[in-house]
Design a protein around this ligand. Sequence first.
Ligand code: FES
Ligand code: FES
Length: 209
Amino acid sequence: MIKDEEKQSSRLSRREFMKLGGLAATVPMVVGPTVLTVAGEDVAVYGPGVAPVSFMVNGKPVHIEVEPRVTLLDALREKLDLTGAKRVCDRGTCGSCTVLLDGKPIYACSVLAIDAQGKQITTIEGISTEQELTALQKAIVENDGQQCGFCTPGFVVSATAMLAKHKAPTDEDIRRHMSGNLCRCGTYHGLRSAFHQMAGGSNASGKGA
Ligand code: FES
Ligand code: FES
């Protein structure tokens, strides 16, 4: 049985407890992984504290500390101030948060930052510069492919990946590749014309992409 003095010395006063709580809230500790053995294999488990994450963003190495629950979108916007990828649905539906992960378009709202460890990420900021629009962006402007423009960064990122794969995409290619990007303003016709223009083709047809 624990003696009264021992109980007393192990007990924190409410004031001491509050001080420690405040410290934990303002200075999150970087916690390394706990290693669990599952089915004979060692598995690294991170959290609940912040964990170190390193990846390449727009060609530059980046090292951040985030809780394992933080999405890649939140890490880009809130830790790295890259706000081109937009948070709209935040549930993998609209495509406004699209970035390239190792060259493939993904929804940054649906990938954890820690799962992008060691990968190459390209955001809209890495595709164009503040000084000059890319040829694709110019084609989108020329073809009235945007209205409010909120979805446009996601469309540009997805279309950049599509055009890298299909130099002259057919309407079917466009429909398939761009099906993960939604535009509430309904600029699909102008966007598709822009994609055809990039391929040197005519500004065809009236159906939505
Ligand atoms: S915000 Fe990511 S898919 Fe809509
Ligand atoms: S231009 Fe407004 S949502 Fe696409």
